[in-house]
Ligand binder design. Structure first.
Ligand code: SF4
Length: 534
C-alpha cells in the first residue's frame, strides 16, 4: 500500500534506500548530503555510521556489499575526491549486494570550497550515474539504482544537488515495503576481488563489456523520458534543471535523462529526428553537450548558459526571449516583486568558544593555515586571522610546506588550525607526516566536541556514535606520544582562558619543536541543544 509524505530530497533518498532493503549506511557529513544518512538512522534494521572520512566510508560499505548486503554511501561532491581511490577499483571488482553512492554537488557553492561537477567521476570511473529531478524521483531512482547495481554488478552513483537535496515535495511511499533479502556473507573470489595487475587486466575487459551493455540497455530505462510537443525546439535536461525548463517552456519538447552516464544514444538520435533545434540545459560543465557533439549531432547549450553557478528559471528563459525561430509561445514570465534581502555574510556565532583564539592569533600576527569547517570563518572580519584554506585536513600539510620552503614568512610564526572532526577525518595523517619528517610546526586543534558546520554530528573526538551511544574518545596526548612527540609539546587548554591560550602559543612556537595545542570549548549551539534536551 502506498501513502503520501512530505519529504526533502535527502529524506526521499533515505526512504528509497529503506524500501530497497538497505541494511548498511555509511558516510561522512557534508552539506548538502548530511541529512541522507541522518534520515536513514530513523529506520529500523539498518546499521549506520559516520565514518572518519569518505574513503573509509566507501571501504566499509564496499565490504558489506561484497558480503551481499545492500549499502547506501553518502558524501558531498568534494568528499568523492577523498573516496575516488576505492571508487575506481570498485568499478572493477563489482559488488554483490547493491552499492549506491548518494553524492551531492553544490552548484553556486552555498557551503563548499569549489564547484566541481561530479558527473565527470561517473564517466571516468565507468559507473552508471542517475540524476533525479524532484523528491519523488529521488526516492524512485534510489530503488531503481539498487536493481541496476545488482543487475550490472557495479556501484551506482545517485547524483543530487543542493537545490534538490533541500527542497520539499510530496512523495508516494510504500507503507510496508518488503525488505526481505538473504545476505549470503563474503565468499572468496580472488580473480574478482583481489586487484593485482593480472586480475585487474581481466576485470578491465569486464568493465568495458558492462559499459557496452549499459549503453545499449539505457535506451530502454524507464527513468529516461521523451515528450514531444512543439517540434520547432527541444530541450535535453536532467536533474533539477528539468523542473526549470518545464516551468518556463511548458509546451516545449523535452528529453529528460534520468541516467546521465552512459547516455541513451538511440533515444537522443530519435529526439533529434523529431525536433528541428535542440538545446541542452545543464548546470556547471557542458557534460551532456560535449558527448552529444561527439555523436556528430549539432547541439547548443553553453552558448546560452554559464558554466558557473546555479541555473534558475529566469536564466533558462533569457536566451530564448525575442528569438523568433526559438520562441516557445507559452513561455511564462518571471516572478514579479521579489523581496531583495541585504546580503549577510556568515560569521562565527556570537559566543563561539573559539573566537578568542582568532583574536589572539591576529594580535600575535601569526600566519594561520586553516581548514574546512566553522573555523574557516576566522578569515572574516573582525578576525582576518586565516591565510590559507583548501581542503579537509590540508592545513597541517600547508604549514609544513611553509616551514620547508624557508625564507621569512611575513608573520611572527606559522600555525596550522583545524577542527576536531577534520583532525579525525584527515588531519591525523598530516600530523604523522610532520612527526616522521622532523618538522617543527605548531598544530592547533580547535575542539568543539562535534562536527558543528554540518549540524552537530559526533566524531571520534566527541565520544559518541551516530546513534548517541557512548564510545571511545581519541586521546590527544596518547596519540601525540605514539607519534614520538615530546610530552611538553602537547598542551590542552580551555577555549575561554585567553591568557593560557596566548601563553601556550608563544611558548610552543618558541620551543621550535613539533607541537600540538588543543583548545577545548564545547560548541555553544550544541550546549544549548543539550540543555534543552535535559
Ligand atoms: S556552530 Fe558552534 S563551533 Fe561553529 S561557530 Fe557556532 S558556536 Fe562556534
Amino acid at each position: 500500500m502506498a501513502e503520501k509524505k512530505l519529504l526533502s530530497g535527502n529524506e526521499a533518498i533515505a526512504r528509497g534506500a529503506f524500501e530497497a532493503g538497505v541494511t548498511v549506511g555509511t558516510g561522512y557529513p557534508g552539506t548538502p548530503s548530511t541529512e541522507i544518512l541522518e534520515s536513514l538512522t530513523t529506520y529500523p534494521g539498518i546499521y549506520t555510521e559516520w565514518s572518519v572520512n569518505e574513503k573509509v566510508a566507501f571501504e566499509v560499505a564496499m565490504g558489506a556489499a561484497l558480503s551481499g548486503a545492500r549499502c547506501l554511501l553518502t558524501m558531498k561532491h568534494v568528499g568523492l575526491n577523498v573516496a575516488a581511490d576505492p571508487l575506481f577499483t570498485a568499478s572493477y571488482t563489482g559488488i554483490k549486494g547493491g552499492l549506491v553512492l548518494a553524492n551531492a554537488d553544490d552548484p553556486a557553492m552555498h557551503s563548499s570550497q569549489n564547484e566541481q561537477d561530479n558527473r565527470h567521476y561517473a564517466y571516468a570511473a565507468k559507473v552508471p550515474m542517475l540524476e533525479p529531478s524532484d523528491c519523488q524521483e529521488a526516492k524512485d531512482f534510489t530503488v531503481f539504482a539498487y536493481n541496476l547495481s545488482e543487475t550490472y554488478d557495479t556501484p551506482v552513483i545517485l547524483r543530487t544537488v543542493t537545490r534538490l537535496s533541500h527542497s520539499l515535495g510530496v512523495v508516494e511511499i510504500e507503507e510496508s515495503p518488503s525488505r526481505e533479502r538473504e545476505i549470503e556473507g563474503f565468499r572468496r573470489n580472488l580473480k574478482k576481488y583481489v586487484m593485482i595487475p593480472g586480475h585487474a587486466r581481466a576485470r578491465h575487459v569486464v568493465v568495458e563489456e558492462r559499459m557496452k551493455r549499459l549503453e545499449k540497455d539505457v535506451n530502454g530505462f524507464s527513468i529516461n523520458k521523451m515528450e514531444i510537443a512543439d517540434s520547432n525546439i527541444g530541450f535535453i535536461t536532467s536533474g533539477i534543471v528539468d523542473t526549470y525548463v518545464r516551468e518556463v517552456f511548458p509546451d516545449a519538447s523535452v528529453l529528460k535523462l534520468g541516467c546521465v552516464n552512459p547516455l541513451p544514444g538511440e533515444m537522443i538520435r530519435e529526439f533529434f529526428g523529431r525536433v528541428k533545434k535542440v538545446s541542452v540545459v545543464e548546470e556547471l560543465d557542458p557534460f551532456i553537450e560535449l558527448r552529444i557533439r561527439a555523436m556528430g549531432l549539432q547541439v547548443e547549450g553553453k552558448k546560452y548558459y554559464p558554466v558557473t553557478g546555479e541555473l534558475t528559471p529566469d536564466l533558462v528563459r533569457k536566451p530564448f526571449q525575442g528569438e523568433a525561430a526559438l520562441t516557445v509561445k507559452t513561455a511564462k514570465k518571471g516572478l514579479e516583486n521579489r523581496i531583495s534581502l541585504p546580503p549577510r555574510p556568515p560569521s562565527l556565532c556570537p559566543g563561539c568558544p573559539h573566537r578568542e583564539f582568532f583574536k589572539i592569533a591576529r594580535k600575535l600576527g601569526l600566519i594561520v593555515t586553516g581548514d574546512i569547517g566553522c573555523y574557516t570563518l576566522g578569515v572574516l572580519p573582525p578576525y582576518n586571522a586565516m591565510d590559507t584554506c583548501v581542503e579537509m585536513g590540508g592545513s597541517i600539510g600547508h604549514a609544513q610546506g611553509i616551514e620547508i620552503a624557508g625564507g621569512k614568512p611575513e608573520g611572527t610564526g606559522v600555525v596550522a588550525v583545524i577542527g576536531d572532526s577534520t583532525f579525525a577525518h584527515s588531519g591525523i595523517t598530516g600530523l604523522l607526516n610532520a612527526a616522521y619528517n622532523g618538522r617543527r610546526s605548531l598544530i592547533v586543534v580547535l575542539d568543539n566536541s562535534t562536527t558543528a558546520m554540518t549540524g552537530m554530528q559526533p566524531n571520534p573526538l566527541s565520544g559518541q556514535r551516530i546513534n548517541g551511544e557512548e564510545t571511545v574518545r581519541l586521546d590527544y596526548i596518547k596519540l601525540a606520544l605514539a607519534f614520538g612527540m615530546n610530552e611538553e609539546n602537547v598542551r590542552i587548554v580551555d577555549a575561554y582562558r585567553p591568557k593560557e591560550i596566548e601563553e601556550a602559543l608563544t611558548s610552543l612556537l618558541e620551543s621550535k619543536r613539533l607541537s600540538l595545542l588543543v583548545v577545548q570549548g564545547l560548541c555553544i549551539i550544541l550546549k544549548k541543544r543539550r540543555r534543552k534536551a535535559g
